[in-house]
Design a protein around this ligand. Structure first.
Ligand code: SF4
Length: 459
């Protein structure tokens, strides 16, 4: 990446974060939503007999699966194909887009209804479908609002959490051509009416996959609005986009993960709709698609297998780490980019797109460890962020002045005489106005301890 590209990538996070920090309305919206999720998760975890034991089991399931991922993916492919489904393994977003576009072309599709899928955001699927004349409409309410606003999701389970009822009413009014009130019941009714016909007339249903069960070849979808069931049972063709790490060996192991997923995400014991789709419609069945395609996406994930960051593949996308993160709760999701945000995004985005394209992400953390403590599968998020910061320095992605400053600090505090000189200089600096240059920027918003006039070593 060129120097200009790098500084643009570096400036982007800060610019978006600064904008959000200055917006009191957005601050209030993020605070209310994340606070509600946070409290609900704590309450739901407290109801469990032994949450730590359950987290350990979940972590063990995810780790064992990822350690033998190819075998589980092969089992999943075999069982799904034996039930009439088609599996497409795709290495890049381009390949995945081409596969979906090809299926839509063969089905002569004009309208696609989508259930929430972060993988489809990853591959920018809506743009690719628009290019071939397929209108893709988001069927998840939050995603639908975001689509009408022409924005990207701001939270992995609550994409529209920064929008107020008034803003949603304006978006719906534009579709209706009349004024829609911001009353919540009215908003829900309007969304239902706007989307109902899309579900009924769509040629293709596109969903994500919370999990793929190798034992049965099933796709597991977890939703609270039933949009997953509508998108998988009404259209002629169902396409499910699944990150390659989302496979789980058996239904019994799926049950363990489901026990934690909804509790960690929204504080529910189970989401309103947990759907298992096992193959397309069979003879004698009345519902379901004629064709079922599962597109398994790699997009950089296989590079993490067996490496220092492999535990990131254990993520079950519950969003709990976002709700506790002091940085996410101030900056919101936009600063992290279009798909993943919060601590999981701060780790995952640089791993998927490259550190040079997301150089600020590893710094979007106070390293307090709240994310690690909230993660149901015990991913050591704050340690991975620290590891990424080491990589920033080792790979020369960190700015030269930052590397020089830390080199000078390390050199000074490794020698007694240099330590003496540096602390003397710091005391003098404090007396005459404090830090200068980048140090002053760093100190703004931080409370620095005042240095004592007589040091311990002087005594
Ligand atoms: S990293 Fe952990 S807490 Fe965050 S979304 Fe993934 S599973 Fe949930």
């Amino acid at each position: 990446m060129s120097g200009t590209g790098l500084s643009q990538a570096r400036g982007r996070f800060r610019a978006v974060a600064a904008e959000k920090l200055a917006d009191t309305r957005v601050q209030g919206a993020i605070d209310t939503a994340t606070g509600r999720f946070y409290t609900a998760r704590e309450k739901a975890w407290a109801e469990l007999e032994d949450v730590e034991e359950l987290r350990e089991r979940a972590r063990d399931i995810r780790t064992r699966t990822i350690d033998d991922l190819e075998r589980h993916l092969a089992d999943f492919t075999r069982t799904l194909e034996s039930r009439g489904g088609h599996v497409h393994r795709c290495t890049t977003p381009e390949e995945a887009r081409d596969v979906v576009v090809g299926i839509c072309r063969r089905a002569n599709a004009k309208l696609a209804v989508k259930s929430k899928s972060m993988a489809s955001e990853e591959i920018k699927l809506n743009d690719a479908l628009a290019e071939i004349g397929v209108k893709a409409v988001e069927g998840d309410l939050g995603e639908y609002i975001i689509q009408l606003a022409g924005e990207h999701p701001k939270h992995i389970i609550a994409p529209a959490l920064e929008k107020t009822a008034g803003e949603v009413a304006e978006l719906f009014s534009a579709v209706e051509g009349r004024k829609v009130s911001s009353d919540l019941v009215e908003l829900q009714r309007t969304a239902r009416l706007q989307l109902r016909n899309v579900f009924l007339t769509a040629d293709v249903g596109i969903t994500g996959a919370n999990f793929g069960v190798a034992e049965t070849g099933s796709i597991c979808l977890v939703t609270n609005e039933g949009n997953g069931r509508m998108a998988t049972s009404l259209p002629r063709v169902h396409i499910a986009l699944m990150g390659m790490e989302r496979v789980v060996p058996t239904l019994a192991e799926l049950a363990v993960l489901l026990k934690l997923l909804a509790r960690s995400a929204t504080g529910q014991r189970l989401s309103s709709y947990t759907t298992l789709v096992t193959g397309p419609r069979r003879a004698g069945e009345t519902d379901g698609p004629e064709e079922l395609h599962v597109v398994i996406l790699d997009n950089g994930r296989s590079q993490l297998l067996g490496g220092r960051y492999r535990e990131m593949l254990n993520c079950i996308r519950c969003g709990a780490c976002l709700n506790v993160c002091p940085v996410y709760r101030k900056t919101g999701g936009g600063a992290y980019g279009p798909v993943y945000s919060g601590p999981m995004g701060a780790v995952l985005v640089p791993l998927l797109v490259g550190l040079e394209r997301a150089p600020d992400h590893p710094h979007a953390s106070s390293l307090c460890g709240a994310c690690t403590a909230a993660c149901p599968v015990k991913i050591p998020l704050h340690e991975l962020l620290l590891e990424l910061r080491r990589d920033l320095v080792a790979e020369g992605v960190a700015p030269l002045r930052e590397r020089l400053a830390f080199w000078a600090w390390s050199a000074a505090w490794s020698r007694p005489w240099a330590y003496r000189v540096s602390t003397r200089a710091a005391r003098l600096g404090q007396r005459f106005g404090g830090l200068v240059g980048p140090g002053r920027t760093w100190a703004a918003g931080r409370e620095l301890p005042s240095l004592v006039s007589r040091r311990f070593r002087d005594r």
